[in-house]
Design a protein around this ligand. Structure first.
Ligand SMILES: [Zn+2]
Length: 134
């Protein structure tokens, strides 16, 4: 079973000639030996790599962490209006973050439960602003 590791040394694949430098992600497998930066070449050397394994389990038993999310970003220009909204979003995020922290001081800031409370708080703040505006 191969893994994806950060290269500790500079290397060169003997098969395809692909080069990698220190700190780059490469595919590595001990038995049978396979190493390359290129996934296809690594597979060709008899390597196996399943990106879904080795993730973390959440408190509720869910699975997250290593599941790749592929996002295709649209190639568009961002208007000033949207930039303004993004600025608001940042402000809401900041307020929600501090608010969550003060209400749940023992909650781990890096934990996913904190993130859930914070995002809920953001939703509430955004609906509150609608009320204030009307
Ligand atoms: Zn190679």
């Amino acid at each position: 079973m191969g893994t994806k590791i950060k290269a500790k040394y500079e290397g060169l694949c003997k098969i395809c000639g692909e080069e990698w430098s220190v700190g780059e992600d490469i595919f590595y497998q001990k038995e049978p030996k396979a190493i390359c930066r290129d996934k296809e070449c690594f597979d060709g050397q008899g390597g196996t790599f399943t990106p879904f394994k080795g993730g973390q389990t959440t408190l509720s038993g869910g699975y997250y962490g290593k599941t790749p999310i592929i996002t295709k970003l649209p190639d568009v220009e961002v208007s000033d209006e949207v930039k303004k909204i993004t600025e608001y979003w940042d402000q809401f995020f900041l307020v929600a973050h501090h608010k969550t922290k003060s209400i749940y001081p023992s909650e781990d800031v890096t934990g996913d439960r904190f993130g859930q409370i914070r995002s809920k708080m953001m939703d509430q703040l955004m609906s509150l602003i609608q009320m204030v505006k009307e």
